[in-house]
Design a protein around this ligand. Sequence first.
Ligand code: C2E
Ligand code: CA
Ligand code: CA
Ligand code: CA
Length: 279
Amino acid sequence: AKAAGKGRYQFYHAHLSDRLVLRINREQALRQAIERDEFILHYQPRVDTATGRLCSMEALVRWQHPERGMVPPVEFIDVAEDTGLILELGGIVIEKACAQIARWKAEGLPVVPVSINVSALQFNDGHVTDILADAMRRHEVDPELVGVELTESCMAGEHDTVAGEMEGLRRLGVKLLVDDFGTGYSSLSQLQRLNVDILKVDRAFTVTLGKDAEGTALFKAIVSMADALDICIVAEGVETAEQLQALQSLECDEVQGHFVSRPVPAAEMAALMLKRFLF
Ligand code: C2E
Ligand code: CA
Ligand code: CA
Ligand code: CA
């Protein structure tokens, strides 16, 4: 039994060190990608549910890998968070989004607000407000054109610290969004106290629409509470006409998802801004 135990231990140990090696490799690859400036942003529109009018967009990071092609964030955000590289990557995203808004403006396009994802680590670091303010100032970006998407885990920290950081962002004049709502533990009243402007309801709720009565009822309850609290509601991950119809009858304010458009490169987003109505 002892021998077996020892064997298991060695096996486990070897397994761990493989993972460690893998992690170090991934960290190095990510560091190198940052140095080589291989990250780009794609943009996904958010539209008015009733009319299809373009309201806003979300900036989503991609890694343009020289051999692997376009690498989605699921494959590197975790590593970036575990290694702390998310702070650097997050700064790059802020910089690129502000630079892009300025370019679109210079091209005379009817630019709509761009929301930027901020990870919990980046939010709790306490510098995100200053970093954003600096990028907006250098690129002369109007704060009305910027939103910050925070997950519920950003708001799980000590209340005063969280409220202070969110107040700092508010003072910049940017919109505050809560991402993936419903997957964490925050309540709507808590979000209202934090002066959240927009609530993005997680895709997990959208997929239940029209499929099961309970899911639809839950969504309806979220919409009516948000309406009473004057928080704008966005349904994420809308993929079908059926889901869109359900959201229209629930009077959910805005929708985002493949049914309207996948995330697209900046040039395609420019064309969508000119088109204005996306369905
Ligand atoms: P998220 O913030 O919830 O972003 C929405 C994700 O859902 C995006 O995936 C988007 O492409 C995808 N999506 C949009 N519409 C649909 C749909 O109709 N159906 C389905 N199945 N998916 C849809 P993406 O771009 O792969 O990003 C995944 C996650 O990575 C994001 O989830 C966000 O948590 C993170 N992420 C992306 N960019 C950044 C960034 O710049 N900074 C940070 N911290 N995280 C980011
Ligand atoms: Ca988001
Ligand atoms: Ca989301
Ligand atoms: Ca209202």
